[in-house]
Design a protein around this ligand. Sequence first.
Ligand code: SF4
Length: 316
Amino acid sequence: MSILHVVSVSGGKDSAATAVLAIEQHGREACRFAFADTGNEHETTIAHVAYMARHLGVEIVTLRASFEREIVAKREYVREHWPAKGVSAADCARAIAALVPTGNPFLDLCLWKGRFPSRRAQFCTEQLKTLPLTEYQLGLIDRGEAEAVWSWQGVRLDESESRRSRLQGTGACVRSFEAVGGGLFNHRPILRWSAADTFEAAACYGLAPNPLYRQGMTRVGCMPCINAAKDEVLEISKRFPGHIDRIAYWETLVAGASRRMEASFFPDPHGDAHLNRRGIRNVVAWSQTKRGGQNLDWIRITEEPRACESAYGLCE
Ligand code: SF4
């Protein structure tokens, strides 16, 4: 049986180690590499993925989800159904005008949904990563390029406390190998590796880590990720204020397409329903406060970003 090994590349340390492992075990010919670009990536990560392809001597296919059809359908839905739901003609016209595909997967997904994803409704991962990657992998089988595809996923159990407790006892998610169906299999070869192991594996191939790790980022996925912690938000606002400006702009666009005329990338950091405390600018302000969220933490705000704040000891 002909098998293709498809590695999901994110630009981070775990997928880098997984890519190296796949090449080591099966050779470049039997491997494919795919990067699901969410449209909310840091430019350094995009550049790092290109560097990985050059350094490893492989092609990394970029996959970008499209929501053009969904947005067009939503426009029709608003026109036909919102008036009956009590939405004023002016607000319907505003939403219809806002429902224009931009070609950016993350933003278009949020325009279609009329909201940003959240921890409870984390539809971004499914729509922007899982589905495009699965479609790409099944396409290899459909086109007869392989009879089976192993989907190599750089998932580690100690990646985060929350992931560990989420996966604890669920069975399916912690399996290192499982059949999905239709000739597709999930393979998670670094489940029990440590972060240090992943850097070491990449280093064996002379593969440098994503430079964002040296700039205080503990993860290099979306910039920012909806799951970003308070300190990460502060770090991003200090180092990459342009990304905060972009999210603030996106909030105005997504608010235009929402029925409540309001959209916030992060939930209210104070945990109540006061809409005037939502919005990325308010969350950045909150990230500058001490525990409890009331008093400004001047030491953390004014501290110059240091050259390396890697949480993985890269400069040790
Ligand atoms: S990195 Fe975060 S924001 Fe991006 S798709 Fe994953 S969960 Fe969503």
